[in-house]
Design a protein around this ligand. Structure first.
Ligand SMILES: Cc1cc2nc3c(=O)[nH]c(=O)nc-3n(C[C@H](O)[C@H](O)[C@H](O)COP(=O)(O)OP(=O)(O)OC[C@H]3O[C@@H](n4cnc5c(N)ncnc54)[C@H](O)[C@@H]3O)c2cc1C
Length: 332
């Protein structure tokens, strides 16, 4: 592969950055190009890890002048591996991962490389939330630019529906601020498309939570009953209830015997209704009609966890979950 730049040129780029530049052979290079779907083993020509919007501009300008393709890594959770590409200049935004909330204006300003776990922690400190994703390690960037369904979407809409503005570095290396009033067509396009490197997102946030969160696991011979109940809950549960059912071959474990059919129930308060104490009311009927193998339920402050205690959960969620649930491995 011919790479269209010389060592002195990369040295000059490195000098311009407040963030880092990583080249093949350097440790940071291999760490940055690794994405969630490990089948994508692509080797970018160089990786820039910007800390500021000016860094992103410098990197995009460098790529533009040398006709290098650019790929952008947000949370790195894309199944298709679009965050990384052979021979490209890869912008790894993981150092731009802050989330700041302005409770008075009901907005959250989020760095282009933040994950939903970071956003949940910041917004919940003020009793607020934006839709987010199922798993807290998912990037805000890819999810929002792709639409962004999540466990609160029946009440709050998609994440992109809550996007108020975006700061973006476009292919000409210019910074643009897209909103309903500024570059409105670009703003429209961003709610479902990728038109540059978004360095900051501004979201509307809403009073929510904490939610009641729980999991029920039934043996496979009760699956038909459990799915019947699932259908019933979907039809009658109201927008505040998020419920999901799945049939999986569970790993043999003390808490999850092989051949179980897990179902996960989540209920949440209507935004603004305050924090409910204790387990949600739907649990007893579920447990009574479908004796679960392990069932647990408790308050949770993140919508972006898999329903199991995981390493991504904020401390409070992990504590309340592990107190009520036997240890098991995370599926997400
Ligand atoms: C376990 C798991 C659970 C998931 N759950 C949900 C869910 O609940 N809801 C949901 O909506 N999706 C979910 N997804 C899908 C996920 O939202 C998409 O794969 C999304 O693209 C991931 O975003 P990312 O930033 O982590 O990914 P990346 O791989 O970093 O990026 C994906 C795409 O978005 C672009 N991109 C990322 N950030 C930026 C940015 N700041 N500026 C410009 N372009 C950017 C990248 O260039 C790439 O094209 C899930 C995926 C996984 C693996």
């Amino acid at each position: 592969m011919t790479v269209g730049f010389s060592p002195p040129e990369t040295a000059r780029l490195r000098e311009r950055l407040s963030g880092r530049l990583a080249l093949p052979g350097e440790q940071a290079y291999d760490a940055a190009r690794r994405v969630w779907n490990a089948t994508h083993d692509y080797r970018p020509a160089l990786v820039v890890q910007p800390r500021t919007t000016a860094d992103v501009q410098a990197a995009v300008g460098f790529a533009r002048d040398r006709e290098l393709p650019v790929c952008v890594r947000g949370g790195g959770h894309d199944h298709a591996g679009y965050a990384v590409a052979h021979g490209a200049l890869m912008l790894d935004l993981s150092a731009m991962a802050t989330a700041r909330v302005d409770p008075a204006r009901r907005v959250a300003i989020v760095g282009g490389g933040a994950t939903w776990g970071t956003v949940d922690e910041a917004t919940q400190a003020a009793g607020l939330a934006v839709t987010g994703a199922d798993v807290s390690a998912v990037g805000v960037g890819g999810a929002t630019l792709g639409g962004g369904p999540g466990r609160l979407d029946r009440v709050l809409g998609l994440s992109c529906d809550n996007l108020l503005a975006a700061e973006i570095v476009t292919a000409d290396a210019e910074v643009r601020w897209a909103s309903a009033d500024s570059h409105p067509e670009l703003f429209w396009a961003l709610r479902g498309g990728n038109f540059g490197a978004v360095t900051a997102f501004t979201f509307a946030v809403h009073p929510v939570g904490p939610v009641q969160l729980g999991t029920a696991i039934c043996p496979i011979d009760r699956a038909a009953d459990a799915l019947g109940l699932y259908q019933q809950l979907c039809e009658s549960g109201g927008d505040e209830l998020f419920v999901r059912a799945g049939l999986i071959t569970a790993p043999p474990a003390r808490s999850s015997p092989s051949g179980c059919a897990p179902a996960r129930w989540r209920s949440r308060p209507r935004p603004g209704s305050g924090h409910p104490p204790g387990p949600g009311p739907r649990w007893p009927s579920c447990a009574a009609s479908h004796p679960p193998v392990p069932t647990w339920c408790g308050p949770c402050r993140t919508w972006s966890c898999s329903g199991w205690p995981t390493r991504w959960c904020p401390a409070e969620c992990a504590r309340s979950s592990s107190a009520a649930s036997p240890a098991r491995s995370a599926p997400g």
